[in-house]
Design a binder for this molecule. Structure first.
Ligand SMILES: *Cc1c(COP(=O)(O)O)cnc(C)c1O
Length: 339
């Protein structure tokens, strides 16, 4: 019998497919610090064109791409407005403080999504007591909000508030492709609204590593220097860029399957007596709340003993994420195990 890997901890666990590895073998590489790596340039241009930006910068992680953007958009002592559940605030090692010396105005939004009204209310007036509000950062989809999607009209309103108040608008688009597939929106629409976007290739798109930061030529020129300073100048990055190009060409539309399987998982788990409440499933993330007497770590351990790998996500919350390596056979196995 085939041994299945029931990996639901994250969509970062995927391994390159044979076809992706072949594309990597065929990369056209050079030294990217000298800007001579053709595959890396191709990836940057392809991603930029897709979203309607002038330029792109291939970075080794989404964290690096976000942190570079924050650094360039702000000066020490400035302030960034974001939701309290944001990855840039919760999961980037305090990088906003250490890399950029910038303070954060947190907002308690709706599952990680802030509104234009909340942004407007939190912009500081010009007064020596306050930091200077300089940047608004959104996340789409929201990881900690269970993969939920921003309403495009709200983003447009936030953009208007930013324009009026001379603020930059950044998108942590680690899972932007999940949002695009679910809503059928055009990526160029995002390019029109955000000054900069970071997109992950190693989440749902299934590459071994890497994110692309997108913006104007001038911004990307500055970003290249910050990336270098962070130790992120790399050499024959084209092998990884080739995986990224392959993923952009072949792995976007299939995300719809991950969304369907996530919904199925939600149905399966909602039938368990331990599960009290499941967040609505909009894309590839399922977050559920356990009955109060149960700790997520214990529940995760008991699933692990049955061969199902999940993540504790807070004291009573558990997260499941579907991806490229979790197919129908894996879904069926989970169904049978939990019956
Ligand atoms: C994964 C992720 C990132 C980037 O993470 P890296 O592990 O640094 O690539 C950024 N934002 C969100 C919402 C993420 O889920």
């Amino acid at each position: 019998m085939q041994i299945l890997n029931l990996e639901l901890r994250s969509d970062t666990f995927t391994k390159p497919t044979k076809a992706m590895l072949e594309a990597m073998f065929n990369a056209n590489v050079g030294d990217d610090v000298f800007e001579e790596d053709a595959s890396t340039k191709d990836l940057e241009q392809q991603a930029a064109a897709m979203f309607g930006y002038e330029a792109g910068l291939f970075c080794m992680s989404g964290t690096m791409a976000n942190q570079i953007a924050i650094k360039i958009h702000t000066h020490p002592g400035d302030e960034v407005i974001c939701d309290a559940l944001s990855h840039i605030y919760l999961y980037e090692g305090g990088g906003i403080a250490t890399n950029s010396l910038v303070s954060v105005q947190l907002i308690n939004g709706d599952r990680g999504r802030i509104s234009a009204e909340q942004v407007a209310e939190n912009i500081k007036v010009d007064n020596v007591h306050y930091p200077i509000t300089r940047l608004v950062s959104l996340e789409n989809t929201v990881n900690k909000g269970g993969g939920c999607i921003y309403d495009m009209q709200e983003i447009q309103k936030i953009k208007n508030v930013c324009t009026t108040n001379n603020l930059k608008l950044h998108l942590d688009g680690a899972r932007i492709f999940n949002a695009l597939v679910a809503t059928k929106e055009q990526p160029r629409k995002y390019g029109e609204l955000f000054d900069t976007i970071s997109v992950c290739l190693s989440k749902g798109l299934g590459t071994p590593m890497g994110s692309v930061l997108l913006g104007t030529k001038e911004f990307i020129h500055a970003a290249r220097r910050v990336r270098k300073r962070l130790g992120g100048g790399w050499r024959q990055s084209g092998y990884l860029a080739a995986a990224g190009i392959y993923a952009l060409n072949n792995h976007i539309n299939r995300l719809a399957e991950d969304h369907t399987r996530a919904k199925e998982l939600a149905t399966i788990f909602s039938a368990l007596p331990e599960v009290k409440h499941i967040l609505p499933v909009d894309t590839n993330i399922v977050i559920f709340e356990l009955e109060e007497r149960l700790l997520s770590q214990d529940f995760v351990n008991s699933l692990m003993e049955k061969g199902i790998k999940t993540s504790p996500f807070g004291k009573h919350q558990v997260r499941l994420v579907t991806h490229l390596d979790f197919g129908d056979a894996e879904l069926e196995a989970v169904r049978q195990i939990l019956k």
